[in-house]
Design a protein. Structure first.
Length: 339
């Protein structure tokens, strides 16, 4: 079953798996951390069930009952079905890697069913709340003008948080009000935005010259990144240096965490119910388009969804409109005078 006794330890094999994901699958650092966390928690469960250190776990401890026990533990901890399903997906990927590498003869997760996800409706804002949120930043300040541009562009385009922070200056055509967006899996799409967002971005870009240049430490990190790329770990070192659209007050590209904090701050300042995140603004964009009569397939293209079934979640948000369309369109839905 195993190649060498030295590599039969599950902890060592999990490290091999993470190395494989990093260099062979080229997953993002965020995804890699998630896999590392999920596999570590699974191994901790197996060690607890066996009352031994994680370092003593072997391939024989990776079995179907252990996987089912892990799911049961997640349920007892109060994990949501979606969270448990994600953790199980990481364990499945680990198992498939071991089978592919001929460390395991059979996949111990094959007979384990994934928890069915709850069918929850996406959070979104009404028109009045959206107006209050967009007006929340103080546009008399550099920071406020940047934050207003962020909120306006989120609502104007339905971008994912990661897509917004990845935007570069050259990705935008302000005269045509369209931008190139790099979505999941590196797929690019063109997304339009409205005049309000365009004006907010122009005002923000006028402030770029007032921001400090990158620090010496940041420049050293960039040089280190270029050297890593030269060793074959990324794009060509001769590639053009990217110019971020959204900058911190120190002149660096904003991170996803920073933008998330910015959005949640203005949600509080606008006295809007908590739970509204950057992703909720994406849902708001799609919901308002649907309410205005936009075609579902057009919304799918704008959001960058690979499957229409993902976009169809938004149809559950506007039952009133669907009922009105039904009453107007169906021949027997209108009230008729009894003969």
């Amino acid at each position: 079953m195993s190649r060498t006794a030295a590599t039969d330890g599950l902890r060592d094999l999990s490290r091999e798996f993470l190395t494989f994901l990093r260099y062979n699958r080229n997953v993002s650092p965020h995804t890699l951390r998630a896999y590392e966390t999920d596999t570590s928690q699974f191994l901790a469960h197996l060690a607890g069930a066996r009352a031994c250190p994680v370092s003593e776990l072997t391939l024989s401890d990776f079995h179907t009952d252990g996987v089912r026990g892990y799911l049961s533990e997640l349920h007892d901890r109060g994990n949501t079905r979606a969270s448990s399903a994600r953790r199980l997906a990481a364990v499945r990927a680990f198992a498939k890697y071991l089978v592919r590498e001929e460390r395991l003869a059979d996949d111990p997760t094959a007979l384990v069913g994934a928890p069915r996800k709850e069918r929850t409706l996406p959070a979104h804002l009404g028109s009045d709340d959206t107006t209050r949120l967009l007006a929340a930043p103080d546009t008399a300040t550099v920071q406020g003008r940047r934050d207003r541009a962020i909120l306006e562009l989120f609502y104007a385009s339905g971008l994912r948080l990661s897509e917004l922070v990845d935007l570069d200056l050259e990705d935008l055509n302000l005269s045509s009000r369209v931008m190139r967006v790099r979505g999941k899996g590196g797929k690019e799409r063109l997304v339009p935005f409205n005049a309000h967002a365009g004006d907010a971005i122009r005002r923000m870009m006028a402030d770029h010259a007032t921001l400090p240049a990158a620090t010496a430490k940041a420049q050293a990190l960039d040089a280190s990144r270029l050297r890593a790329q030269a060793r074959g770990r990324g794009p060509s070192p001769h590639a053009r240096r990217r110019q971020p659209l959204f900058l911190s007050l120190r002149g660096r590209r904003l991170t996803t965490r920073s933008v998330d904090r910015i959005v949640r701050r203005y949600v509080r300042e606008a006295a809007i119910a908590q739970g509204i995140s950057p992703h909720a603004l994406r849902h708001t964009f799609a919901t308002h388009l649907l309410q205005a009569g936009a075609d579902l397939r057009a919304i799918q293209e704008l959001l960058g969804h690979a499957r229409l079934s993902t976009t169809q979640r938004y149809t559950h948000l506007d039952v009133g409109r669907l009922q009105e369309v039904y009453k107007q369109a169906h021949p027997r839905a209108k009230k008729q005078t009894p003969s």
